[in-house]
Design a protein around this ligand. Structure first.
Ligand code: F3S
Length: 380
């Protein structure tokens, strides 16, 4: 990969050991994927923030990188952490966990990364421009940015997004290149979609697409909430980083003669059945990906169940709600997947998110029941 004189100097250590390490990560990635050069980015979104997912090795890594006082050079936001950073004690998070989590946040903020702790930065003001290059790493944020916002990002890992944040650049390959932003596999939707169907459809499409770009036909309108649910599902069951819905997403090119799948009601029912293991949830969990302000208002207006409802969102949005119904708690900075729910006594949860059901079962070993938001709120 071609490097400018300035980039070569950083690689040689003239800006310190940590920036050299960051540059080495970017150059290695660029060489693996045949990038021609590094390109400037506008923002990063950095995953690998929860102590639950990165453990002591990740904590050591971040404290090592923070020790040289390096600073990010572009707008950089954090993905959710493992707990509500203000109310962890009141909400029952374990104290040992909290100590390590606080050290991770301290290391990241000392490098200039915003303590945003959300996977939906676009609900909180970080909305990249159409056609701009970014380096985001949480998979649902990546697929939303590429598809709905028309920004250009690969699915970065935590270390590569952090490296991009410190250098302000990323290798020019994959979805940074126009010619790769083309649909490769087609799904025809032959049914009317409900709100809940979008998360099921995303998961179904992700399983069949793997890391191809799916094109979805037969969908005439979709809200941000629905597209968010669809993308999160597809990115959880497959390696999908972008989807196309003609007349809805920003781009809509497709290769000649793609493989075509017809999607039926039975396909979606099968996903719901597959992701439902368990019968007696201790909590109902909403907010994977994080809820918007409008979604939380809707939940509050429509709640009829007496079960405990936990909503996950950003602090910025949580702070807008006071006087909640007695059985609703709002958690900021974290989510049902990256928080240590198993250590907090949760053995089974109910959710409306295929991604949450997938990861609570596979990562946390918590049983989950997948149902529509309407059914969960009405106690069905
Ligand atoms: Fe976001 Fe956590 Fe789901 S990071 S997409 S709420 S797994």
């Amino acid at each position: 990969m071609y490097l400018t004189k300035k980039e070569e100097k950083i690689l040689d250590g003239e800006s310190g050991e940590i920036k050299a390490k960051a540059m080495r990560i970017l150059v290695t990635l660029g060489d693996i994927f045949n990038a021609d050069k590094l390109i400037k980015i506008d923002s990063t979104q950095i995953a690998g923030v929860s102590y639950k997912t990165i453990g002591d090795a990740g904590l050591d890594f971040l404290e090592d990188w923070a020790k040289e006082n390096v600073q990010v050079v572009v707008e950089s936001w954090m993905n959710p952490a493992g707990m509500d950073l203000d109310e962890w004690n009141k909400l029952g998070f374990p104290a040992d966990f909290a100590k390590k989590q606080v050290r991770i946040i301290k290391a990241l903020t000392s490098m200039g990364i915003k303590q945003s702790c959300t996977c939906t930065p676009y609900h909180n003001g970080l909305i990249p421009n159409m056609g701009s290059h970014i380096a985001w790493s949480e998979s649902s944020a990546v697929i939303f940015a590429n598809s709905v916002l028309g920004a250009m990002t690969n699915r970065e890992g935590g270390p590569s997004a952090l490296s991009a944040a410190l250098i302000g650049k990323t290798p020019n390959y994959g979805l940074h290149l126009d010619e790769n932003r083309v649909g490769q596999i087609q799904f025809n939707i032959n049914i009317e979609l409900t709100n809940f169907d979008f998360t099921l459809l995303g998961y179904h499409i992700g399983e069949l697409s793997n890391n191809k770009i799916p094109v979805i036909t037969g969908v005439n309108e979709a809200s941000w909430a629905q597209l968010k649910a669809l993308g999160a599902g597809a990115a959880a069951s497959g390696g999908v980083a972008m989807f196309i819905i003609p007349n809805i997403t920003q781009e809509s090119r497709i290769i000649d003669n793609p493989e075509v799948f017809e999607v039926s009601r039975e396909d979606l029912i099968k996903i719901q059945e597959k992701l439902t293991i368990g019968s007696e949830p201790e909590i109902i969990a909403f907010g994977c990906p994080h809820c918007s302000l409008e979604e939380i208002n809707e939940i509050i207006q429509n709640i009829k169940t007496e079960k405990k409802v936990w909503i996950f969102t950003s602090k910025q949005i949580k702070n807008k709600f006071q006087n909640l119904p007695h059985n609703i708690s709002i958690f900021a900075d974290t989510c049902m997947v990256v928080a240590p729910l198993e250590e907090m006594g949760i053995g089974c949860l109910a959710t409306d998110s295929s991604k949450a059901a997938h990861y609570t079962q596979n990562l946390s070993k918590i049983k989950s029941i997948l149902k529509s938001r309407e059914d969960l709120l009405s106690g069905n």
